[in-house]
Design a binder for this molecule. Sequence first.
Ligand code: AMP
Length: 286
Amino acid sequence: MTLGEDTLMTLRDVESLRQRVHSWRKAGLSVAVVPTMGALHRGHIHLMERAQAIADRVIATIFVNPTQFGPNEDFASYPRQEARDLEMLEKAHVHALFAPTPGVMYPPGFATSIHVGGLTDVLCGPLRPGHFDGVATVVTKLLMQTQPDMALFGEKDFQQLAVIKRAVADLNIPVDVLGVPTVREADGLAMSSRNAYLTESERAVAPTLYRAISAVAHSISQGASPILVIDQAKAQILAAGFRSIDYVEARHAETLALLQPGETHGRVLAAAYLGRARLIDNVAIG
Ligand code: AMP
């Protein structure tokens, strides 16, 4: 590491981000970016570590993106804890943090939106209108601002990963998009910043979602018909104490088309409310 690079630097504007990446590039170093909304946990840090393993320099971004939240969603209450995040990033030896303000990302007059068709017509798409447009637009911006060699995203947000891969391919953005498997708590619950919303008793119930979709995935891989086993899983999730279920579905991993009876490979994806937390999770079939 060269002088001045042994501590994490925080960049707030696009110009200083560009200069930093440019100087690394000139030195022949490869650059990976890991976009986040902060409130970091071990899942995020695992992404940083994967990035460290494949690139010379790692940039984390933290931006709670207003355009991907619906009017009745949790933008205002989304956990924000930059000082703690900074400590975690420093410990993980991340080289730079890009943490722009909303004004940097959406200056007055901003009027562009990226819409990825098809993949956003299912699962969370119709339930969170505008969400994936907000995600695709902000991720496209972060990639154009950073111009990294690689960008890493969690499989935890499986539909998001598919949408980003599609946008990057369609827009010929010169970056390798890499998916990283979901990091879980010891009892199977997928780590998420939104787990902070769970009360103690809800937290005890939360792993039921993962257990139920894992059972669905196993049964389908053995040839069971999706409809039957999904109905059983939904009943199990509600009986455990979840308030409501947005979906439990078995789909193809790339196209997100529904799996047909007899198909034994794909993904089970689920979203359900536990108290005020909307939990999402997914597992591979086969
Ligand atoms: P977020 O801060 O929730 O927007 O997440 C930032 C990135 O971390 C996204 O690519 C997520 O998919 C990823 N991520 C979130 N939770 C996990 C997890 N439990 N395991 C792996 N990656 C995750």
